[in-house]
Design a protein around this ligand. Structure first.
Ligand SMILES: *Cc1c(COP(=O)(O)O)cnc(C)c1O
Length: 478
């Protein structure tokens, strides 16, 4: 914090600046803190060092009677919160399916906050809407999805699923002669909501939000892919409106459903097909994964995250619906005080929010900064690192790689659940590599989910070396 003179000098300089510009001193402080964090994120221990209670104390639990200058607030915030931060941006963070943030995306996100555009209406915030529309069109192009599909920017994959599945629910009911928008759900035909046994839990959640109830789960194979014959059998066992949710990227195995066949079977039964591709949809940006994504574009809707594989800051998910009018029927509202566009859909009509930040702008920035080749390289780099980690770990004594490593996920187990849990605890305490525990195939597993743009071959090798050392310590009982 420097000596008294420094501090007085800094305070005087700040006071001078803030007299001219009320934002300047706070932004300088935030910039300094952000750079400090980012410069250290690669080498600092990955797990947080402080509990929420410790951070509460450091922040000061009492609401002050009198306020303090913005720059002092920011300095306090950055100092107090830092021990309680987890280094998700570390190239050796393998938790969930998330990673860091790309420079262009982070910088654009700062601007989004500075501009503070409520991005609902084309006519009112044309700048932000233009960047988001371009991002949406580029994503359709990159992922081989039908041009002209509606693209909505929601908070994450959960709410993107919600938006897309809302379109699907209403459309299959409409085809059965039932208008949800006016009649509601009660008394109407029941929508058959069908998923694979290993769908992500948020698919059920979106179904709950939509009043669909619990899904019928059909069998999945050893890698978690939906059994297409079982899907066909389930569909044939009943009739009426149906919504089928498939998966691009299983969080344990990284596996992709057999889209070509599953979608054909579902469409033959008149079902709407949604694909949850929260992290895996990006595989479609590389021809290397063409066999995994074949047939994907035949679905009716898709959801993904930009805050996972693409590494933009939270919160950004993307909902894509082929039939734009179906999406608007489900999600749009009209009011005399809203200046609706006459030249296309407004952004608020494609998500379950009216007011929101311009969260698609960082996605535009990252796509612009990577280009088509860069997105493809990013996805391939993540998969290469996953393969290297899997190969390195498989060579260690007693380590079993459980999944077929087709994309970015690696699931390992030791000889028994207790040892697997112990390995994961030791990795957490060591702090150099963060991989999370889960249960899969009725076993405790440690999951390495490669989702950070900075995880390259060198980081993969370092990760294997850390696990090797940790395992040796575990075996030696040290
Ligand atoms: C992360 C994830 C989700 C949920 O995404 P959020 O952005 O956390 O809402 C859904 N499906 C899959 C496969 C995921 O990995």
């Amino acid at each position: 914090m420097g000596d008294g003179r420094d501090r007085r000098g800094r305070t005087a300089a700040r006071a001078e600046r803030s007299a001219e510009d009320p934002y300047d001193a706070a932004l300088v402080e935030a910039d300094r803190a952000a750079r400090r964090w980012l410069a250290g994120v690669e080498e600092r221990p990955v797990p947080p060092r402080a509990s929420p209670e410790e951070v509460r104390d450091a922040l000061g639990a009492e609401l002050p009677e009198l306020g303090e200058p913005a720059e002092a607030v920011i300095e306090r915030l950055a100092t107090a919160i830092e021990p309680g931060l987890i280094a998700i941006g570390s190239p050796r963070f393998y938790g969930w399916v998330i990673g860091g943030t790309q420079p262009a995306a982070l910088a654009a996100d700062w601007l989004v906050s500075a501009w503070d555009q409520n991005t609902g209406l084309r006519a009112i915030t044309p700048g932000a809407v233009a960047a988001e529309e371009l991002a949406g069109e580029w994503i359709l192009d990159l992922l081989g999805l039908p041009a002209g599909s509606a693209v909505g920017f929601a908070t994450g994959a959960t709410m993107s699923q919600f938006a897309a599945m809302a379109a699907g629910r209403d459309e299959v009911l409409r085809r059965a002669g039932w208008e949800v928008a006016t009649a509601g759900l009660a008394g109407g035909p029941r929508v058959r909501f069908i998923v694979g046994a290993e769908r992500h839990g948020t698919v059920d959640l979106a179904g709950r939000y939509l009043g669909l109830g619990a899904p019928v789960a059909v069998a999945a194979d050893a890698e978690g892919r939906i059994d297409v014959d079982a899907l066909g059998t389930e569909l044939a066992a009943g009739d009426g409106p149906a919504l089928v949710v498939l998966q691009a990227g299983n969080i344990h195995s990284g596996a992709f459903d057999d889209f070509a066949h599953a979608i054909e079977v579902a469409h033959r039964a008149g079902a709407w097909v949604h694909v949850d591709g929260a992290f895996g949809l990006w595989a479609a940006a590389s021809p290397r994964f063409a066999s995994l994504t074949a047939g994907l574009a035949q679905a009716d809707s898709w959801s993904t995250d930009a805050h996972k594989t693409l590494n933009v800051p939270y919160d950004c998910g993307i909902a894509v619906v082929r039939d734009q009018p179906a999406m608007l029927r489900a999600l749009s509202m009209h009011a005399s005080y809203l200046q609706a566009t006459e030249t296309g859909a407004d952004p608020h009509e494609k998500v379950a929010e009216l007011s929101r930040r311009a969260r698609g702008v960082p996605t535009w920035a990252v796509l612009r900064s990577l280009g088509r080749a860069g997105v493809r390289e990013l996805v391939e780099r993540l998969a290469d690192a996953a393969r290297a980690i899997a190969e390195g770990l498989a060579a260690l004594p007693g380590v079993e790689v459980l999944n077929d490593v087709v994309f970015t996920q690696v699931c390992i187990a030791l000889e028994d659940d207790a040892s697997t849990a112990e390995l994961s605890d030791r990795l957490w305490r060591g702090g150099e590599v963060l991989a999370m525990t889960s249960r899969w195939r009725d076993r405790a597993v440690v999951r390495f989910s490669v989702s950070n743009w900075r995880t390259d071959a060198a980081q993969a090798a370092r990760t294997v070396a850390v696990v090797e050392r940790t395992l040796a310590e575990l075996r030696a009982g040290r």
